[in-house]
Design a protein around this ligand. Structure first.
Ligand code: SF4
Length: 440
């Protein structure tokens, strides 16, 4: 039996794409390899959102040269967002002869045919579709977790935030039919899945591409929440499209988790305009307040970019100001990474790299203090968690997450197993984790 190994870079959409690739391969007779060295097929599923993910990919391909020399029959494939860019494909073609197969995000379902062809002809195969085509339903999925499942509800993005490459590599928005999504959720429930996460680049515009049909993300969420599923999460939500209807559906259904990831990107209205985000500092703040009022106890997390071209100290202060006012539970913070082909990459950027690094450090410091303070508020309370099992860092400790998506560590007990819902009394808090005692 042939073995495959997949290395995944980037976001949850990519992680889930890799689950689909694994499902396709296992249906076609492959089994997972324990290491890259054991793989007859080695796939690198790439991300192009930030430069360091690209650099890591080239490092990985370079490292595979020796393996290819040792095992010339193994097939090395590169797929995912990066190879949707012709310049990247050219670079791979010229610089990395060890790569046998290149395919993109739009023809992932063609993998068995591509492998057949490559094995018959024993030559390199580069096949990247530049248009999205139809959604392919019913592809097999090899899920990594028996109790938590990712479900892609839509593909692509229409927003063209000026710094972002995603619309160019993932294409325009295409929503899956609600019947297909609901059937997938029901199948997952039947297999014992307790928590699902609905995925899209901007789930809030789900259904806008249905011609003449009045169906949107709030309605989809309402229908899913009526099923016998313990927990529902979703990501990502563009603030400009987050409707009152959606907030109400969240408030009305306790099985929709009390956590919302709401990317801010910048607290400066001037920079937000340059980013093409279609909201202002004031409108974002009003939205966050509305969500907190309507859904008590909700945890808000965000993404923030510092050092966007031309960001002044005053712009950065606006970001700090908003972070202090909203008091996020957590934030993913990044230094702006120029992406060739995006409008932002053409804006003059006079800010020294060192200033950007200092701003990032200051932002992280402020956010970490807030995160710790918010976590400390849980001390003495009870949290229901979905048990994940042994903690990644300490085999003596188990972990799970509560509805606010807080990672909670606890000492295991024989009556508890992964996938159980259990109650933990929180005794202490760190910046990124809580610790507690298992009660039920
Ligand atoms: S919403 Fe903006 S940041 Fe998010 S994927 Fe679309 S273009 Fe990129």
């Amino acid at each position: 039996m042939k073995k495959y190994h997949i290395t995944t870079f980037g976001c949850q959409m990519n992680v889930h794409d890799s689950e689909v690739l694994a499902g396709i391969l296992e249906k076609n007779g492959y089994s997972p390899a324990a290491s890259v060295q054991e793989g007859d097929l080695i796939l690198l599923n790439t991300c192009c959102v930030r430069e360091n993910a690209e650099n890591r990919l080239y490092g990985n391909i370079g490292n595979l040269k020796a393996l290819k020399e040792q095992y010339p029959d193994c097939i090395i494939g590169v797929c995912g967002c990066m190879v949707q860019q012709p310049t990247v494909v050219e670079k791979i073609r010229k610089t990395y002869p060890q790569v046998d197969l290149v395919f993109g995000t739009h023809n992932l379902h063609e993998l068995p045919k591509l492998l057949e062809k490559i094995e018959a002809e024993r030559s390199q195969l580069y096949e990247v579709w530049d248009s999205e085509g139809e959604i392919h339903e019913g592809l097999p999925v090899k899920r990594n977790d028996p109790f938590k499942a990712w479900i892609t509800i839509m593909y692509g993005c229409n927003n063209f935030c000026s710094y972002c490459i995603v619309p160019y590599v993932r294409g325009r928005e295409r929503s899956r039919q609600p019947e297909a999504i609901l059937a997938e959720v029901k199948d997952l429930i039947a297999t014992g899945v307790k928590e699902i996460t609905l995925l899209g680049q901007n789930v809030n515009s789900y259904g806008l591409d249905f011609k003449g049909v009045d169906f949107n993300f709030a309605k989809l969420l309402q229908e899913i929440s009526a099923l016998d599923i313990e927990r529902i999460r979703f990501q990502t939500s563009h603030p400009k499209d987050l409707s009152d209807e959606l907030i109400q559906v969240m408030a009305d259904h306790p099985n929709i988790c009390r956590h919302l990831h709401l990317p801010l990107q910048s607290g400066s209205s001037r920079i937000l305009k340059l980013m093409n985000r279609h909201y202002t500092k004031e409108s974002y703040l009003a939205l966050a307040e509305k969500i907190k009022n309507k859904i008590p106890g909700i945890a808000l997390t965000t993404d923030i970019i510092v050092g966007f071209p031309g960001e002044t100290e005053a712009d950065f202060q606006d970001t700090l100001d908003l972070v202090e006012k909203i008091r996020y539970d957590g934030a993913f913070t990044f230094i702006y990474s120029p992406r060739t082909g995006t409008p932002a990459a053409k804006i003059a950027d006079p800010i020294p790299e060192n200033d950007k690094k200092q701003r990032l450090t200051r932002l992280i410091q402020v956010q970490n203090e807030i995160s710790l303070e918010k976590n400390r508020a849980f001390i003495g309370t009870l949290s229901e968690i979905l048990v994940d099992g042994v903690s990644e860092k300490n085999p003596q400790i188990w972990s799970g997450r509560n509805t606010q998506n807080k990672l909670i560590h606890f000492k295991p007990a024989s009556k508890i197993k992964p996938g159980d819902l259990a109650v933990v009394q929180i005794n202490s808090a760190q910046t990124f984790t809580l610790e507690g005692e298992l009660l039920v």
